[in-house]
Design a protein around this ligand. Structure first.
Ligand SMILES: NC(=O)c1ccc[n+]([C@@H]2O[C@H](COP(=O)([O-])OP(=O)(O)OC[C@H]3O[C@@H](n4cnc5c(N)ncnc54)[C@H](OP(=O)(O)O)[C@@H]3O)[C@@H](O)[C@H]2O)c1
Length: 246
């Protein structure tokens, strides 16, 4: 397998890169800037590839996708990069994974980091500041990503999509007192990205520690899913390509 992990300079993304590498997979790590890429120097010296770009910047996201489309095809993406607060919440947590999904040609498996916070998200697309001119709601962003996964399972049966709650774990985002298991926090993403086709679970699930969980009711609302796809396509000017037979 050849897997891209976004936001892999620390935390769960870095752990995913290390585990994928240990398991013998090809890995493309990702850093926001060349300076942050120094955190990955030991891994790139051992053959991990690297892409660099700020996911808050839509042009940078499109450039990353174009560079990856010109390289050896990816099998899977772990859309891991995320921010907890501030103006970057919607651009990084929702717009960047949407754009990468729409623009990357090859990968058929997409794993998106959700969160238990998505249960507190509001299932409304009215007044969302997708451009990051004002602070965004983390819970809303994770609800949107989880609904996007359910939408993908319906409209893109050629892809395998999954949303993962990694638990509240002690990373920079989670803080030192987070109670859940840091090691378990990245294992589900790696499993979903690399499972053999015959062992892989159906597309569209919301996962926690390799178990499927019931997400927020709005995730199953096909009207909400369709509205979300329409809004994201309108906002970015990039429609999700149709899958075979669509
Ligand atoms: N930790 C938790 O308890 C928890 C719980 C539920 C869900 N999650 C989700 O799990 C994912 C990983 O979280 P984490 O705890 O590992 O967070 P983290 O330790 O703060 O790491 C976040 C990663 O995302 C990258 N990133 C953030 N903004 C970026 C941008 N604009 N461009 C490129 N890269 C960017 C960071 O790069 P820099 O180092 O350059 O900032 C870093 O590599 C997130 O999606 C988060 O929402 C975490």
């Amino acid at each position: 397998m050849r897997v891209l992990v976004t936001g892999s300079t620390e935390g769960l993304g870095l752990a995913a890169v290390e585990t994928l590498r240990e398991q013998g997979h090809g890995v493309v790590a990702h850093a926001r800037t060349e300076d942050r890429a120094e955190a990955l120097a030991a891994l790139t010296a051992r053959g991990v590839e690297l892409v660099v770009g700020d996911l808050e910047d839509r042009d940078a996201v499109a450039r990353i996708a174009a560079d990856l489309n010109a390289a050896e095809p990816l099998d899977a993406v772990i859309h891991n990069a995320g921010v907890w607060s501030g103006n970057a919440v919607m651009p990084v947590n929702v717009i960047a994974p949407y754009l990468l999904t729409a623009l990357l040609d090859a990968p058929r498996r997409h794993v998106y980091l959700s969160s238990g916070s998505h249960y507190g998200g509001r299932p409304t697309l009215e007044g969302v500041d997708w451009r990051g001119d004002a602070p965004g709601s983390y819970g809303d962003s994770k609800l949107f990503v989880t609904a996007f996964v359910a939408a993908l399972a319906r409209v893109r049966p050629d892809l395998r999509a999954a949303a993962v709650d990694p638990g509240w774990v002690p990373t920079r985002m989670g803080g030192p007192n987070a109670p859940d298991d840091l090691d378990l926090g990245h294992r589900t993403q790696v499993w979903l990205a690399t499972a053999d086709d015959q062992d892989a679970p159906a597309s569209g699930g919301y996962w926690y520690h390799r178990r499927r969980r019931e997400p927020h009711d709005a995730v199953h609302d096909t009207g909400f899913q369709d509205d979300l796809l329409r809004v994201l396509a309108g906002e970015t000017g990039v429609a999700l390509p149709c899958g075979p037979g669509q």
